[in-house]
Design a protein around this ligand. Structure first.
Ligand code: UD1
Ligand code: MG
Length: 462
């Protein structure tokens, strides 16, 4: 990593009024990660000395949810108790930064700025007093516009709501909000800021005109990647950026050999590692950390969260799997729900409308239709008939069930936990097992079938 002698200030105190929500903007998620976390994870790669995050609206929730554990540089949280503008937000931090230090300003709602762009912006700072990252957008609505004089020098930034004429409307060069300047200069410029005549807020962008008038040198660098400079100011910005983010992830996964049937119908909300010849059908959502072995096939509309799937596993459509381990050559689905703590051993089969929780299903064991298995340890080559239920909860406590190798459980049985079924035992269909079953025994508890002679149906009343 290149180390740069510079501190970063991230402005994340704002409420995000245009989101029309009580959630602080920093805590909206894209790809399963808070937007502020995306930005911070990128910023630590820039090689800055320290990061100052300005927090305010619902600040406790913001601090609690942003993970800085893996950061090797100090992160300081600075409170902006009155949300009176981006200029004021920066002013809150500067007293703790020495005047000679360079400061990189970032906006918490511009989450995907790349560390490479920031390093390049820093490299031009040595030739000027402010280096500003700009972009040229076909539709610059909502962004501050870069105003230049006839010589092409930057003279000010004009906020979107302050545009008064058509010439200004034509300007496509926008302020990304990201710039670098020396702390002492920033203090000086910010001290002369006056509140905006309409909003009463102190606009950080006004320092550009102040600096220009005082003869400071202002340089710009233009980003050509719209994705990295886009701000999240509305719900429509959020979903647009989320889709763009997903498309980039899909491109990366495709280039690493995975097949995703329709890139527009795939969501990765976390991290995915995979082997060769993996196939993912439409509408699949991957959350948390998921690992897929070689030749794994995931059917349409499955959700996998924090799960390990080994080689040659097939997951049929509409299966929802969380915190599970599926061993090689197993088959799961369609319509299966595997809840946390499920472990399916090699070549096991779990079929339609089966729910499993905190249970180990042994090698080559099968539970193919309409069952619930909870808190159980099931041996190898066990066959669990359709409609079998493990009654693991007595209303107060959960209890454990053990099923030995080669057990056969007939359809529509209930196993009332705690209960142990010994190896090779056979449970007749429709049995309610309430006591332990010794190895090799066959038990049945349903009432015998008998005939009622000459029974006549009562006639329907008319
Ligand atoms: C800002 C810029 C605009 C630029 C755009 C780029 C100003 C005045 N305008 O507009 O020129 O084109 O970003 O995305 O800066 N914040 C605080 N404290 C406050 C107010 C805001 O910390 O008192 C934070 C917000 O949480 C947000 C960031 O500053 O992360 C930017 O604020 P926002 O209201 O989104 O500014 P924009 O209107 O997007
Ligand atoms: Mg914004």
């Amino acid at each position: 990593m290149v180390h740069i002698n510079c501190s970063a200030i991230i402005l994340a105190a704002g409420r995000g009024n245009r989101m029309l929500s009580d959630t602080p903007k920093a805590l909206y998620q894209i790809g399963g990660k808070f937007i502020l976390q995306h930005l911070m994870d990128s910023v630590i790669q820039v090689g800055v000395k320290s990061v100052y995050v300005v927090y305010g609206y619902k600040g406790a929730a913001v601090m609690e949810n942003i993970n800085t554990d893996k950061f090797k540089i100090p992160v300081y949280w600075i409170l902006q108790d009155e949300l009176i503008g981006t200029g004021n937000a920066v002013q809150r931090v500067l007293p703790v930064i020495s005047d000679s230090e360079e400061v990189l300003i970032l906006y918490g709602d511009v989450p995907f700025i790349s560390y490479q762009t920031l390093q390049r912006l820093h490299s031009i700072k040595s030739q000027c007093d402010i280096s500003i990252l700009t972009a040229t957008l076909p539709n610059p609505n909502g962004y501050g516009r870069i105003i230049r004089n006839q010589e092409g020098s930057v003279v000010s930034i004009l906020e979107h709501d302050d545009i008064v004429n058509d010439d200004q409307k034509q300007i496509k060069e926008i302020n990304t909000g990201i710039f670098i300047a020396v702390s002492g200069h920033l203090k000086f410029w910010l001290n002369t800021l006056t509140p905006h005549r309409l909003t009463n807020e102190f606009y950080l962008t006004d320092i550009v005109h102040i600096a220009y008038q005082s003869g400071y040198v202002i340089h710009t660098m233009c980003s050509t990647d719209t994705f990295e400079i886009m701000g999240v100011n509305s719900k429509s910005d959020l979903v647009y950026l989320d889709r763009q983010y997903q498309k980039r992830q899909v491109q990366y996964l495709l280039s690493s050999g995975l097949i995703i049937t329709d890139p527009n119908r795939f969501d990765l909300r976390g991290t995915l590692v995979h082997g060769k010849d993996v196939n993912i059908d439409v509408n699949v959502i991957i959350e948390g950390h998921v690992s897929l072995g070689n030749r794994v096939k995931i059917g349409a509309s499955c959700i996998l969260k924090d799960t390990v799937v080994e080689d040659d596993v097939v997951i049929y459509p509409f299966s929802i799997i969380e915190n599970a381990k599926i061993s090689f050559q197993s088959k799961v689905g369609p319509f299966v729900r595997l809840r946390p703590g499920t472990e399916l051993k090699e070549k096991s089969h779990v079929g339609n409308f089966v729910e499993i929780k905190n249970t180990r299903l042994g090698e080559r064991s099968k539970v193919r239709h309409l069952s619930y298995l909870g808190d159980a340890n099931i041996g190898t080559q066990v066959n669990i008939g359709a409609g079998t239920i493990i009654c693991n909860y007595d209303g107060i406590k959960k209890h454990h069930t053990i099923i030995g190798d080669n057990v056969f459980i007939g359809a529509d049985s209930q196993l009332v936990a705690p209960v142990t079924i010994g190896k090779r035992a056979i449970i007749g269909a429709g049995t309610t097992v309430t006591k332990d079953v010794p190895a090799g025994e066959t038990i049945i508890s349903r009432i015998r079938q008998f005939s009622i002679l000459n029974w006549k149906r009562s006639k329907k009343k008319k």
